[in-house]
Design a protein around this ligand. Structure first.
Ligand code: SAM
Length: 245
């Protein structure tokens, strides 16, 4: 448990998260670039490289907490536009921006945007070849529920891949990262969105998320096998992989 055991605690957390993303949706992509100094692009590329999407027609993936579509666009492009994807997010404002971007890139034929909750996917069992979630799972109040749902909707042989902020394992990076996240991120948030509190919350949520090993254990607990992870930028972010075998 991560401090949201009670029903009201969970609802409060989700409500807070929803409010943050409704408020920032239109500036979300710009904020991502500013706050990560563009690094989120490299991390998302690394995730999609590790996934190595199939070019087989009919190969299906779901990108949960897919927001404005960044990961889904990369997957479709890496599959040479063969993949069919579902972008699922709890927040209609984020999905709206995503659907508009997909149209501009002529990727709307490959993607379906669906409003839904990672804790309770209203989708059939064994539907997808891959399940991805990038910078989303730490926002979900019950991580174990989200992982169980990921397992359920994957086909046997399907792959789970998660990209998330993690625990920095390099002394110097650590010091710089503390300064960056506690000082710079709220200041940039204030400047661009006039919403310092949302970004303070964001930094908090990153600090509370389990480290690489604990998160790997939670993924195994959900039933996944061959669970491994790779650190990115000294552990500022990490990618976790697991298989439904
Ligand atoms: N994956 C995108 C990316 O990497 O740019 C968006 C990440 S954004 C930091 C987090 C997203 O998680 C938001 O769009 C938010 O609405 C979504 N989210 C939060 N709680 C969720 C839940 N319970 N189920 C599905 N999506 C959720």
């Amino acid at each position: 448990s991560y401090g949201f055991e009670t029903v009201s605690g969970r609802e409060e957390k989700q409500a807070r998260v929803d409010e943050v993303f409704h408020r920032v949706a239109s500036r979300y992509d710009l904020m991502n670039d500013l706050m990560s100094a563009g690094m989120h692009r490299l991390w998302k590329d690394a995730l999609v490289n590790w996934l190595a999407p199939s070019r087989r027609p009919g190969w299906k993936f779901i990108d949960v907490a897919g927001g404005t579509g960044d990961v889904a666009f990369r997957i479709v492009e890496a599959s040479h536009r063969a993949a069919q994807g579902t972008v699922l997010d709890i927040n209609a404002s984020m999905l709206g921006v995503g659907a508009e971007r997909a149209g501009k890139r002529k990727l709307d034929g490959n993607l379906t945007f669906v409003e839904g909750n990672a804790e309770e996917l209203k989708l059939p069992d064994g539907e997808f070849d891959a399940y991805t979630i990038a910078f989303g799972i730490r926002n979900v109040p019950r991580i174990d529920k989200a992982l169980a749902e990921a397992y359920r909707v994957l086909k046997p042989g399907g792959r789970f891949l998660c990209l998330e902020f993690s625990e920095v394992d390099m002394p110097l990076v650590d010091r710089f990262y503390d300064l960056w996240s506690f000082k710079a991120i709220p200041a940039i948030g204030d400047l661009v969105t006039k919403d310092r509190a949302s970004y303070e919350y964001l930094v908090e949520s990153i600090r509370r998320f389990p480290d690489q090993e604990h998160f790997a254990a939670a993924i195994r607990e959900a039933g996944f096998e061959r669970v491994t992870y790779r650190n990115l930028s000294g552990g500022i972010a990490a990618m976790h992989s697991g298989w439904k075998l």
